[in-house]
Design a protein around this ligand. Structure first.
Ligand SMILES: *[C@@H]1O[C@H](CO)[C@@H](O)[C@H](O)[C@H]1NC(C)=O
Ligand SMILES: *[C@@H]1O[C@H](CO)[C@@H](O)[C@H](O)[C@H]1NC(C)=O
Ligand SMILES: *[C@@H]1O[C@H](CO)[C@@H](O)[C@H](O)[C@H]1NC(C)=O
Ligand SMILES: *[C@@H]1O[C@H](CO)[C@@H](O)[C@H](O)[C@H]1NC(C)=O
Ligand SMILES: *[C@@H]1O[C@H](CO)[C@@H](O)[C@H](O)[C@H]1NC(C)=O
Ligand SMILES: *[C@@H]1O[C@H](CO)[C@@H](O)[C@H](O)[C@H]1NC(C)=O
Ligand SMILES: *[C@@H]1O[C@H](CO)[C@@H](O)[C@H](O)[C@H]1NC(C)=O
Length: 436
């Protein structure tokens, strides 16, 4: 017997709420103008000059409402002219960067793969979600069993990026994506996480030297938290984003002062990757990704996972107190990551400025995200959330099971993906141990 499934009645969607609100604003503005004109008419001789000034500043709201009504009437496919000819991209190589919301992107990619029976390059069953934190080599005997002579669709596990290594498992058509974050916040996030969850000798020594404020201690004296003979690949607080992106780990300290080397690394990244996202603009990043891959809202909805919980010694959660000396010291320490970020942030901002109706789509997405949040965290909701149509998506449903997947920890979700995939491979009866 089928159990009855209650359908959630979604209140007027946030999106339409927003439109409604804007419409009211326009009415209100128009009303005010009429009133103002009326009042000024009585006095027009005296302040006629001011009248024109005031009127000239008003059309913004009319312009906005015209823009919005234009979007509303648009057919969905019209909006993505390139997506009409082009199906959604299903091959994606994602360079997973530590502490840059990359677990949330990984969750999105794994759910995308699960929904479409795609093949994800993952470690062998029950070997966790990480390929490697210190190496770029992807060893065939350590990854999930897979059919021979067939490329994978998706990579979203930690492994130091190496374009030649990736090419062994993915076609050139696979879209190369990475996400980066403002380097000070990224490094402090890593410092807090590893110092409280997996304290190393370096962080212990640093804390001894700066017991009251290790955060500021680190920013002014990163070397107190790091022994210079350490391989940067085993550290998470020394230009980790660049290490994850495959920066040469030899002569690392000297490389920080080698502008030519940093510049050519940045150029290499720009050539190798199709799109560099910025986690400080996460929703904007997701919309840019959606447009680039011809995906839908349904594919990019998320609940942030692996966000820092304040555990361990509270001194690690002090806010940094910055001044120019401290900023300068830290920029020198993190010179490679800053080289990368300072290059890609302006490119990202330029790109989203140039995308048509970008802000409008981001706002529509934020409104949907809000609905999903309140749906997924409502313990008494036992129903389906119907997300209404907007100019950018058709109506779609979100089930409680979708919430579960969005909230699933990295390890759980990747094991789930492995099991689904092994079943499929076995079915195809082509499973041929591991040599690719
Ligand atoms: C929710 O729905 C399931 C199956 O549809 C049903 O078994 C369960 O009793 C419902 N729970 C509540 C609290 O309504
Ligand atoms: C994925 O595989 C399952 C089981 O083989 C099948 O039922 C389902 O239709 C497939 N889905 C897609 C989108 O291909
Ligand atoms: C860094 O993080 C702080 C605190 O979360 C935030 O206020 C600030 O805007 C962030 N800085 C940048 C450049 O993103
Ligand atoms: C900087 O790096 C480049 C490229 O790796 C290298 O050829 C050059 O010798 C380095 N310069 C210095 C001063 O170390
Ligand atoms: C910045 O703060 C540090 C530590 O509090 C201090 O030693 C330094 O003199 C300050 N520099 C400036 C320019 O204020
Ligand atoms: C949770 O969902 C139930 C059932 O749809 C609804 O009646 C209730 O108002 C919701 N609670 C919140 C806090 O949204
Ligand atoms: C593995 O692949 C080879 C060559 O494609 C084939 O000859 C062999 O039978 C396969 N082994 C299994 C166990 O399927």
């Amino acid at each position: 017997m089928l159990l009855p499934v209650r359908t959630c009645r979604v209140k007027t969607s946030e999106y339409h709420g927003m439109l409604l609100q804007r419409t009211w604003m326009v009415f209100f503005a128009a009303g005010s103008i009429i009133l103002l004109c009326g009042l000024l008419y009585l006095d027009i001789g005296k302040i006629g000059f001011h009248t024109t000034l005031k009127l000239a500043s008003v059309p913004t709201s009319n312009y906005l409402s015209a823009r919005l009504s234009k979007i509303e009437n648009w057919e969905l496919p019209y909006f993505y002219q390139n997506c009409r000819k082009q199906p959604e991209a299903q091959q994606i190589v994602f360079a997973k960067i530590h502490k840059a919301a990359s677990s949330t992107v990984q969750n999105i990619l794994l759910r995308f793969a699960l929904a479409r029976n795609l093949s994800v390059l993952l470690p062998a069953l029950s070997k966790g979600p990480i390929l490697s934190q210190t190496e770029s080599k992807i060893q065939p005997e350590k990854i999930i069993e897979h059919p021979v002579d067939k490329s994978f669709d998706i990579l979203c596990s930690h492994v130091l990026y190496d374009t030649n290594e990736v090419r062994k498992y993915f076609t050139n058509e696979a879209v190369r994506v990475a996400i980066i974050r403002e380097p000070m916040n990224q490094t402090l996030s890593a410092l807090r996480y590893y110092a409280t969850s997996f304290p190393s000798d370096g962080t212990k020594a640093g804390l001894k030297k700066h017991p009251n404020n290790p955060i500021n201690g680190f920013l002014s004296h990163p070397d107190h938290f790091y022994s210079s003979d350490k391989d940067p690949r085993v550290s998470f607080i020394n230009n980790r984003m660049s290490i994850d992106l495959g920066f040469d780990s030899h002569d690392f300290e000297a490389s920080k002062r080698n502008k030519t080397k940093i510049q050519s690394f940045v150029e290499k990244i720009e050539k190798e990757f199709d799109i560099i996202l910025i986690s400080d603009y996460f929703d904007e990043s997701m919309i840019l990704l959606k447009r680039h891959l011809c995906w839908s809202f349904q594919d990019i909805i998320y609940i942030k996972v692996n966000v820092l919980k304040k555990e361990g010694d509270p001194v690690w959660y002090r806010k940094p107190i910055l001044n120019s000396t401290i900023i300068q010291t830290f920029r020198q320490w993190n010179a490679i990551d800053y080289g990368v970020y300072d290059h890609f942030l302006p490119l990202f901002l330029k790109r989203i400025r140039e995308e048509p109706f970008f802000k409008e789509e981001v706002n529509a997405f934020k409104a949907i995200q809000k609905q999903i949040h309140s749906f997924c965290f409502n313990t008494t909701a036992n129903c389906t959330l119907r997300v209404a149509k907007t100019p950018w998506n058709n109506e779609f449903a979100v089930l409680q099971s979708n919430c579960k997947l969005m909230l699933a920890p990295e390890t759980e979700l990747s094991e789930l993906a492995k099991i689904a995939q092994l079943k499929r491979f076995k079915h195809a009866s082509q499973l041929n141990n591991t040599n690719l």
